[in-house]
Design a binder for this molecule. Sequence first.
Ligand SMILES: NC(=O)c1ccc[n+]([C@@H]2O[C@H](COP(=O)([O-])OP(=O)(O)OC[C@H]3O[C@@H](n4cnc5c(N)ncnc54)[C@H](O)[C@@H]3O)[C@@H](O)[C@H]2O)c1
Length: 259
Amino acid sequence: MTDAKVAIVTGGARGIGLAATEIFLEQGWRVAAVDRDTEELHRACDPIANVLPVEADISDPQAVDGVIRQVVRQWGRVDALVNNAGVALFSRAGQTNFEQWREVMATNLDGVFLCTQAAIPELAKTRGAIVNIASISGLRASTLRVAYGTSKAAVIHLTKQFAAELGEQGIRVNCVAPGPVKTKLAMAVHAPEIISAYYDAIPLNRYGEAREIAEAIVFLCSDKASFISGQTLAVDGGFDATGVGLPALRREDGTERTA
Ligand SMILES: NC(=O)c1ccc[n+]([C@@H]2O[C@H](COP(=O)([O-])OP(=O)(O)OC[C@H]3O[C@@H](n4cnc5c(N)ncnc54)[C@H](O)[C@@H]3O)[C@@H](O)[C@H]2O)c1
């Protein structure tokens, strides 16, 4: 077991991060689950073998350095970093105040930058992988997402920036852009009318499951993805691929028309 690979998953206490933790464990990895919600972190992780719960706020540079030290002290290696911790805010562009903007950026963007930088020396030793979690809100603009969408678009570009420089050290950097999943984060901002609009706009006509996002995350961390770097994979039921009129066309009776 001492040779088992080690993944650090931020935001590992629940939702997509916890689902990724479970799949890593099924595939024989050990996981350091990092979260600032200490109660939820210990409730979820204490009962699970081969999981190290690490209490930290990933927007705090000193705390982030401490996370890497703690994991290396415990297990002596880091093979993957999943930058998953995130916060959501739906707020009008003209009314989002600077404090709210900074709060979103601090976790969603600064946190990814800080954790990535701090993990580089250990990942270089193992020729490891990084997977950042963005969102379809970073691929396509929408109302109410001036801070959230911009933070996630920045994560998509940050993925390419780090991939460009870390390849020489054998470190791969990729990104997963999830579509909607009914986690605590999504349910806090998705009103009933937003939920039904998503059902309409997604070709698969449903929300995703946390495990469906996590499968893509773990794949990109694995050796099966050994020549993939700098990419963003939308795991979104087809949302990003579609455009005009999907709900109306879905209701069409299939009659052929020509013009
Ligand atoms: N759920 C969705 O519909 C959806 C869609 C697209 C993208 N995402 C992204 O997926 C990721 C996971 O989201 P989720 O839906 O599982 O959310 P969630 O709220 O269920 O889990 C997020 C976890 O991150 C932790 N966290 C937040 N800020 C932190 C910080 N500064 N330091 C340490 N821990 C912190 C929270 O305590 C929580 O446990 C996020 O980056 C989110 O933006 C989610």
